[in-house]
Write a protein that binds this ligand. Structure first.
Ligand SMILES: [Zn+2]
Length: 252
């Protein structure tokens, strides 16, 4: 059984080429069968799983995630030994392997073949907007332009399973466009407190398009972590028991 699922950037080759400036980074997500991958907690398992797929653990960087929009740049791995707080990591150093963990929140892989940076973000409802922050940081750091960025909106809890109340629905409509929220008439008729369905994919598509990422550069993995048991899911598995999956991006 496969322990990692790989994803490809739209319009770019899915298989990384030889080590060269044009080699496309590889985007992976460890599946539930790989076991828990929370940095600082499951380090033995992380080392075992990464080793099994040829990733040197010394190259891996991670943050202590706090559902923020804080994005860090990893020039080198040393500054990450103490797990600084944050929810996204970018690098232009092709020897560094940025990671985040997810379980219903969305991993977003980013790659700019022109500026030469790549990274991965953890974007749950609170962190929605971290994609914009990451692109602003890349503009400051590397002079990057959003028009060159490719993104993958990874597996997350989709609107089939993600119901929210009026307050959160309003927050998302106001910030991320009308399309990310729909009212479920059945749930409304039942008098549910959570009658709205929230699409984190539509919210992030709205962000991406507004900051200038071309539609053709946006790939949506299209699967729901809560529906499919091969993924870790805090909704399906329970708050105290869910498996943190690691999303990573690397050049090799
Ligand atoms: Zn679902």
């Amino acid at each position: 059984m496969s322990v990692v699922q790989y994803f490809a950037f739209a319009g770019l080759p899915s298989q990384p080429g030889p080590r060269s400036p044009s080699a496309v980074p590889e985007c992976g997500l460890t599946l539930r069968v790989s076991g828990p991958m929370k940095p600082g907690v499951d380090d033995e398992n992380r080392a075992r799983v990464f080793r099994s797929i040829g990733v040197a653990t010394d190259d891996v960087v991670a943050c202590r995630q706090v559902h923020s929009r804080v994005v860090r740049i990893a020039d080198r791995t040393e500054a990450f030994r103490g797990l600084p707080e944050g929810d996204g990591i970018l690098t232009a150093n092709r020897g560094v392997v940025p990671t985040v963990t997810v379980a219903d929140c969305m991993p977003i892989w980013v790659y700019d073949p022109v500026a030469g940076y790549f990274g991965v973000l953890h974007s749950g409802w609170k962190g929605t907007g971290i994609l914009r922050v990451a692109c602003e940081l890349a503009a400051d750091e590397w002079g990057a332009e959003a028009g060159n960025v490719h993104v993958i909106l990874g597996p997350h809890i989709r609107s089939c399973c993600y119901t929210v109340d009026a307050e959160r629905a309003d927050y998302f409509r106001a910030g991320f466009g009308e399309r990310c929220v729909t009212l479920d008439p059945e749930r409304e008729a039942e008098g549910s407190r959570w009658p709205y369905r929230l699409s984190l994919a539509e919210a992030n598509r709205d962000i991406a398009l507004k900051i200038g990422i071309p539609e053709r550069n946006i790939h949506d993995a299209g699967v729901c972590t809560s529906c499919d048991p091969k993924y870790g899911s805090s909704r399906r598995e329970g708050q105290d028991r869910f498996v943190h999956m690691a999303a990573f991006i690397r050049v090799h």
